[in-house]
Design a protein around this ligand. Structure first.
Ligand SMILES: [Zn+2]
Length: 104
């Protein structure tokens, strides 16, 4: 996963293409991300069903596939692919492919 919680991303596909949103949650196993107030789906729930918080129609933020979003570099403010740079300590840090700056 090259995208983490609280990253800013741009949506590349669907109705909300070009929209920018913050990452609420990442689902590494499914390669999906949930974005704040993006890809809203209507979920119909019946009253009295166990686990339903609320009867009627509720809005949920549906997960979208990681390939449909792109990270926005906090340094140059452009959507970019993510590279990695090795640190002297042996760790890795994400790096913007466009401006080359590190992304924490
Ligand atoms: Zn950049």
């Amino acid at each position: 996963m090259t995208i983490k919680k609280d990253d800013l991303v741009v949506v590349l596909a669907g109705r909300e293409r070009t929209k920018r949103a913050k990452v609420r949650q990442v689902m590494p196993k499914e390669n999906r991300v949930v974005l704040v107030e993006t890809n809203i789906a209507k979920r119909h729930s019946k009253p009295g069903v166990r686990g339903a918080r609320q009867a009627g129609i509720i809005d949920i933020e549906a997960p979208m596939h990681i390939s449909n979003v792109m990270l926005v570099c906090p340094n140059c403010n452009r959507p970019t692919r993510v590279g990695h740079r090795m640190l002297p300590s042996g760790g890795k840090v994400r790096a913007c492919k466009k401006c080359g700056s590190d992304i924490p």
